[in-house]
Each structure stands twice: as C-alpha cells, then as structure tokens.
Design a protein around this ligand. Structure first.
Ligand code: NAP
Ligand code: COA
Length: 307
C-alpha cells in the first residue's frame, strides 16, 4: 500500500490571519503540525523545554512561514502564561492552541515509581489544562478560536506498560469534553486527535517495543493497521488544519481517531483465503445436525401419537 500524497487538499489561506501556539512544536508530530499551520497562513509560536530544538525548528521553518519560539515547561503555570504572552506580544492575538507536549516511556506498573506516574500525568494532563487555562482570555477575544489536544488510543481498552500515559490521555479526553461544554459560549471549540503509530517519531521509537532499532518494528506495526501503513505526522497535521478551519466549525468536544484503524485491530478468526471454504463446511455440517434433530423429533411425535 502506498503512502498518500503529502499535498494538502486545503487552500493555503485556510488559516490566514490566525495566530497559533503549539506546545511540543519543536519536534515530531508537533513540528509537522506547526509547519502545516504555517503553510495554511497562520503565524505560530512553538514551545518546549530545549532551546536548541526550538531554535533549529525555527531556523528550518522560518523561510516558509512566520514562526517564533519560547522555552518553558507546561507543568509550570507561569511558563504557560509566558507562552501566551509571547504570541500576544509578537502577533497581537491568539486563535489556535495545540497541546502536543507529552512525555512517556514503557514501565511495568509494579516497577513504576510514584514520581514516574506523577511526572507523565503532570506533563500531559496538567500541562494541557495549564496551557488551555492560560490561553482562554486571549482565545475569547475572537469568535472561531480552537484548542486541539493531542491524545492517543492507549486507553481504549488497555495498553501494556503504559499505566501512566493511558491514565493521562484518558483524563485529557475528559478535559476536551468539559472545556468544550464550558467554553463553547465563548466561541472556543475544543477537540482532540488520537494518533495511531506515527513513523519516524520519538513516540514510536520509545513505545512500540522491539529492540528500538526502527525499520522492522515499523513493518510489524503496519501488519496490524487495516489501512496497511504506519501513520505520518502529516496525517495528524491535516486533521489539525481541518479542526481549526471553518470546515470544522460545528465540531467540538470530539476526539478524532487518526490511526488507520489500528486500535480496533484484532487477529482474524480464520485466514481471509479460507473463509469461504470453512464457512460453507461449517454451515453444511450445522444443517446436517439440524436435519438429524428434526428427524428425531418427528420420530418421537409419531411414536407418541400411537400411544
Ligand atoms: P516528541 O517529538 O517527543 O514530542 C513531545 C514534545 O513535547 C517535545 O517537543 C518535547 O520537547 C515537548 N515536551 C515534553 N515535555 C515537556 C514539558 N514538560 N514542557 C514543555 N514541553 C514538553 O514525541 P511525538 O512522538 O512527536 O509525540 C507528540 C504527541 O503525539 C504527544 O502528545 C504524544 O503523546 C502523541 N502521540 C504520539 C504517537 C506516536 O506514534 N508518535 C502516537 C500517539 C500519540 P522538550 O523535550 O524540549 O520539552
Ligand atoms: N522507566 C521507569 N521510570 C522512569 C523512566 C523509565 N524509562 N524514565 C523516567 N522515569 C521516572 C524517573 O525514574 C523519575 O522517577 P523517580 O524520581 O521516582 O526516580 C520520574 O520518572 C521522572 O523522571 P525525570 O527524568 O526526572 O523526568 P523529566 O521531567 O526530566 O523527563 C520524561 C520526563 C521521563 C517523561 C522524559 O522521558 C521526557 O522528557 N519525555 C519527553 C519526550 C517523550 O517522552 N516523547 C515521547 C512521546 S510522548
């Protein structure tokens, strides 16, 4: 199966005049979200803890778009206020917030320390609340504002060795719905995106298991995705552009799964090539059984009527 065209179907002016803040915008999925927001007309402020990562992202993207960065930790409310202030100071407004910053690692629950659990809850869930809360007054000023929370499908069912991140993302989905309910009246839509495995990202390398070497791991993942390929950061970025555009204007409180069907995958009960043969055989056998039992009933009834 081929990967889709990486050419956006949206008009380059889809988000013109908009200003966006993307947490975790310096790497991985957040970097591509930043790029696509910019290519569709938005000015973007990115944030994260590592200065050199943010600087490199700005250097790479600034020829194509309007971009700046601010360092900060989403666990600290005052840092989140600085992120919002940077957008207002540089570009005069804020219309879009993408909460993409997160932390994760594999750990057996019985080996995970209390601080390990707390750390991921604080980056993912508290961080999403902090940034949203720090942004709300700025977002309120214009109709058509939008928050997008990057979630996951870990908590649909259960996921091995990710008690911390599964709980954190479940809480984010809850927050998405509550904030959508409360902030709809301010003209702010709040949605989420739950990506599946996205090739070439830190998330996939850290969490998909295997020996962390990459390629064979990605091939193994592809086998378990009905669409037949791993996701790309572009797939997620296009969903963000849609949700933040007027095309998504009646969407709020919803977390869109963008995973090629991965979360609902389970092994087939019988191989595709054997379905017809096995099903006909079972059907035929079941009719014989029904036929036999009908004959037995008739015999019993005849026998009874003779008494
Ligand atoms: P990534 O490149 O490691 O992105 C995480 C970003 O968050 C980094 O830029 C990191 O920058 C920033 N960050 C982490 N802790 C922070 C903190 N305390 N304060 C501020 N920024 C912080 O990983 P990714 O794989 O692209 O993941 C991006 C998002 O997609 C995450 O929300 C993840 O849960 C979600 N997701 C990914 C996948 C996947 O397959 N990759 C699947 C499902 C969901 P600094 O370290 O410099 O702070
Ligand atoms: N297994 C078990 N516990 C771990 C761990 C691992 N692989 N990595 C960290 N921890 C624990 C630490 O031991 C510590 O707990 P302790 O004090 O009881 O020992 C706790 O988690 C905090 O670790 P620390 O390194 O101080 O946190 P940090 O704030 O510097 O980093 C992380 C946060 C651990 C989430 C780090 O992986 C990170 O910054 N991730 C961002 C990028 C990322 O994870 N991207 C993937 C997609 S989300």
């Amino acid at each position: 199966m081929t990967t889709p065209s990486q050419t956006s179907p949206f008009h380059p002016s889809t988000l013109s005049t908009k200003v966006a803040l993307v947490t975790g915008g310096g790497s991985g999925i957040g970097l591509e979200i930043t790029r696509q927001l910019g290519l569709h007309g938005a000015a973007v402020v990115i944030s994260g803890r590592r200065d050199h990562v943010l600087q490199a992202a700005c250097d790479a993207l600034s020829p194509q778009m309007t971009i700046s960065y601010v360092t900060g930790d989403v666990r600290k409310y005052e840092d989140c206020q600085r992120m919002v202030s940077e957008a207002l100071k540089r570009y005069g407004r804020l219309d879009i917030v993408v909460n993409c910053a997160a932390g994760n690692f594999l750990a057996l629950a019985e080996q995970l320390s209390s601080n390990g659990f707390k750390t991921v809850m604080e980056i993912d869930t508290l961080g999403t609340f902090n940034v949203s809360r720090a942004s709300v007054d700025a977002l309120k000023k214009h109709r058509g504002s939008s928050i997008v929370n990057i979630s996951a499908t870990l908590h649909y069912g259960a996921t091995w060795y990710q008690a911390h991140a599964s709980a954190a993302k479940a809480a984010i989905d809850s927050l998405t719905r509550t904030l959508a309910l409360e902030w709809g009246a301010h003209g702010i839509r709040v949605n989420g995106i739950a990506p599946g495995p996205i090739q070439g990202t830190a998330g996939l390398k850290k969490l998909a298991g295997g020996d962390g070497s990459g390629t064979s791991l990605e091939d193994m993942i592809k086998e378990k995705i009905p669409i037949g390929r791993a996701g790309t950061a572009w797939d997620i970025a296009m969903a963000v552009v849609y949700l933040c555009s007027s095309a998504g204007g009646f969407m709020t409180g919803h977390t869109m799964v963008v995973d090629g069907g991965e979360w609902m995958w389970r092994p087939p009960v019988v191989g595709r090539e054997a379905v017809l043969r096995v099903s006909k055989a079972v059907e035929g056998a079941s009719r014989n059984v029904i036929g036999e039992s009908r004959t037995q009933q008739t015999t019993v009834r005849v026998a009874t009527s003779k008494l």
